[in-house]
Ligand binder design. Structure first.
Ligand code: G3P
Length: 221
């Protein structure tokens, strides 16, 4: 299976609205058959990004396990799917939920719909692995948005998470994130046993996005 490069657009000014569309198109151009490139966009931008970059896989940044009806302001899963979501992140460090939320969401979504549950450490990854999400992304919160990649600052959290998750459910694939910036970080992540990376600021704050995306992808060659 191809390793993943998952770019979380968060609410970066460089990655919302019209800029989200431009960034997604750049990601589509940077993609090749060695990599599964994923854009994780604001719910507002799902449809426009999917229309503008139809071959790019687009995920939601969050979903709520709610039905149709009296649920003002929640992110309803079928609505997200209808607007182009092909997967979702859940329990990101910046949008924590309880374990029941993850469980109910997984019950509600089609089994083919990838869910990437985020974990702050090995213990949380362990708990989430019991639920069997498609991916678990381990991201030490203190390294998020920083200059040092988790693969350099704390490589053992990546390998320990891979070991813990594999021992519970070998079908769950591990991603790692926080501070990931370049192809060397991607290569190291894969060497540590991860199936790819989850990153944001390395792309959203880049001076030259095309160069950064090309460099990230080159890490998998
Ligand atoms: O979702 C990815 C994220 O939390 C890591 O952010 O900016 O450290 O790549 P960043």
């Amino acid at each position: 299976m191809q390793p993943l490069i998952v770019v979380n657009f968060k609410t970066y000014e460089t990655a919302m609205g019209a800029k989200a569309v431009e960034l997604a198109k750049a990601m589509e151009r940077a993609s090749n058959s060695n990599v599964r490139m994923v854009a994780v966009v604001s719910a507002f931008d799902l449809h426009s990004v999917q229309q503008a970059a139809p071959t790019l896989e687009v995920w939601s940044q969050h979903l709520d396990p709610v039905g149709k009806g009296s649920f003002t302001g929640w992110l309803q899963p079928d609505n997200a799917i209808e607007r182009g979501a092909k997967g979702t992140i859940i329990n990101h460090a910046e949008h924590k939920v309880n374990i029941e939320h993850v469980k109910e969401l997984m019950n509600q979504l089609p089994s083919s719909f990838p869910i990437c549950a985020c974990a702050a450490d090995v213990d949380e990854a362990h708990q989430l692995a019991e639920l069997g999400p498609t991916f678990i992304a381990v991201e030490p919160p203190e390294l998020i948005g920083g200059d040092i990649s988790v693969t350099t600052a704390d490589p053992t959290i990546v390998s320990d998470t891979v070991t813990a998750v594999q021992s519970i459910n070998p079908d769950v694939r591990v991603l790692c994130g926080a501070g990931v910036k370049d192809g060397d970080d991607v290569r190291t992540a894969v060497e540590l046993g991860a199936h790819g990376v989850l990153l944001a600021s390395g792309v959203t704050k880049a001076k030259n996005v095309e160069d950064v995306l090309a460099n990230l992808v080159a890490g998998l060659e």
